[in-house]
Design a protein around this ligand. Structure first.
Ligand code: PLP
Length: 437
């Protein structure tokens, strides 16, 4: 068999370019990471060839002797990684990714048009937590269910728990989702549980962003409070792209108190939503979950947070404003409104100098269409060995990059399009100088 380079030089070349891009730049996207060689090897393996619809020991295809062993091993490692007792918690490792994992939970626990509450997207929530706009039900979670978002305080940037409590009393949701994609602070899971209990609702925690930090015990764990916990596996957990659903054997929510959620969750994943599990992902996830359970990974997770705090401190020392004033996890939200700059311009600007981050709403933004800041995460560069001092240097690059961006803005005016053209005209001499210093 020819190898990739021989069989498909075009794809090979794109892969080479992407690998070069990943290594050359500063990867600050909070949801990305660099997996290990072992994980990549398992992902690119013969496990991808096998169909295995069903559960270990009860498949709809023959030949699953080793796949059964693999999936059970992955489940066992998943429970161990989060310190869970198998008599209290079970796990489904078949979701293809985070979004299908979340939709599987809704399918398992809700009827169409049941009510859900999640953190609003501009407040740092995820699309799959019920997002809609005034014009459109954007996410399937708002198309098939009735969603009322809760928000962060426009003043502090922290979740407004009083308002959530009040809204829940009026809306009577059947499920509340804690967790998000751009929230730099701890989650008060106890408070969520209390609000769920008052309203006879399930508590689902989507810990996608912070699951590596949870496993390493560097942030609070949701497991004492939640009925169901979902996660992606490719963010701070540093595994392959995939998803997991942890479910309680004794559901806490009144609706199904004491009931084992296993069959509901498993049948929602298959056959309700998915077909054959992606066994190459499950293999790679098993590999990473073993890594997660080591002192090295705990050190790594600790460093992620130290780095985020160091970057937050550095930017604050230069007078910049961060949402909530700082961070307790792997990300910061840099509010650029005081500089009269937008998140969209910052994203384009930094891309030009090989710094990858993304525009993000910050609390108090008037429109989600023009986010006032950027989200910056530390997991990927921490995987490359960056420590606090390195992140101060990253902060310095961000500061100097922004100053150049502000200069270009004075030349090009307010419009994003003009700014982007301006970047092409002005960035080279100035940003190349910055890069070579
Ligand atoms: N949940 C949260 C909190 C996320 O941040 C994300 C992705 O960014 C997802 C779910 C969805 O994951 P995926 O992109 O793997 O579908």
């Amino acid at each position: 068999d020819p190898n990739l380079k021989q069989a498909d030089p075009l794809v090979y070349e794109l892969l080479e370019k992407e690998m070069r891009r990943q290594w050359k730049g500063l990867e600050l996207i909070a949801s990305e990471n660099f997996t290990s060689k072992a994980v990549l090897e398992a992902l690119g393996s013969a496990f991808t060839n096998k169909y295995s619809e069903g559960q270990p020991g009860a498949r709809y295809y023959g030949g699953n002797e080793y796949i059964d062993e693999l999936e059970l091993l992955c489940q066992q490692r998943a429970l161990e990684a989060f310190g869970l007792d198998p008599s209290e918690w079970g796990v489904n490792v078949q979701p293809y990714s985070g979004s299908p994992a979340n939709f599987a939970v809704f399918t398992a626990l809700l009827q169409p048009h049941d009510r859900i509450m999640g953190l609003d997207l501009p407040s740092g929530g995820h699309l799959t937590h019920g997002f809609y706009t005034t014009k459109k039900r954007v996410s399937a979670s708002s198309i098939y269910f009735e969603s009322l978002p809760y928000r962060v305080s426009p003043v502090t940037g922290y979740i407004d728990y009083e308002n959530l409590e009040e809204l829940a009393r009026l809306f009577r949701p059947k499920l509340i989702i804690a967790g998000g994609s751009a929230y730099p602070r701890e989650w008060d899971y106890g408070r969520f549980r209390k609000i769920c209990d008052e309203n006879d609702a399930y508590l689902m925690v989507d810990m996608a962003h912070i699951s590596g930090l949870v496993a390493a015990k560097q942030v609070l764990s949701p497991f004492s409070y939640a009925d169901v916990v979902t996660t992606t596996t490719h963010k701070s957990l540093r595994g392959p792209r995939a998803g997991m659903i942890f479910y309680r054997r004794q559901c806490l929510a009144q609706v199904r108190r004491g009931e084992d959620l296993e069959s509901l969750i498993n049948s929602a994943v298959f056959p309700a939503l998915q077909g054959g599990p992606h066994n190459h992902q499950i293999a790679a996830l098993a590999v990473q979950l073993a890594q997660v359970n080591t002192p090295e990974f705990r050190e790594y997770a600790k460093q992620i947070i130290l780095n985020a705090k160091a970057l937050a401190k550095y930017l604050s020392s230069l007078g910049y404003h961060l949402a909530t004033g700082g961070t307790e996890n792997h990300l910061i939200l840099w509010d650029l409104r005081p500089q009269r700059f937008t998140g969209s311009k910052a994203e384009k600007l930094f891309e030009k100098c090989s710094i990858t981050l993304n525009k993000n709403s910050v609390h108090g933004d008037h429109s989600a269409l023009s986010p006032g800041g950027v989200r910056i995460g530390t997991p990927a560069l921490t995987s490359r060995g960056f420590k606090e001092r390195d992140f101060e240097q990253v902060g310095e690059f961000l500061h100097r990059g922004l100053e150049i961006g502000l200069n270009i803005q004075t030349k090009t005016g307010k419009k994003l399009q003009d700014f982007v053209s301006g970047l092409d005209i002005y960035y080279r001499p100035e940003l190349v100088k910055l890069q070579t210093e």
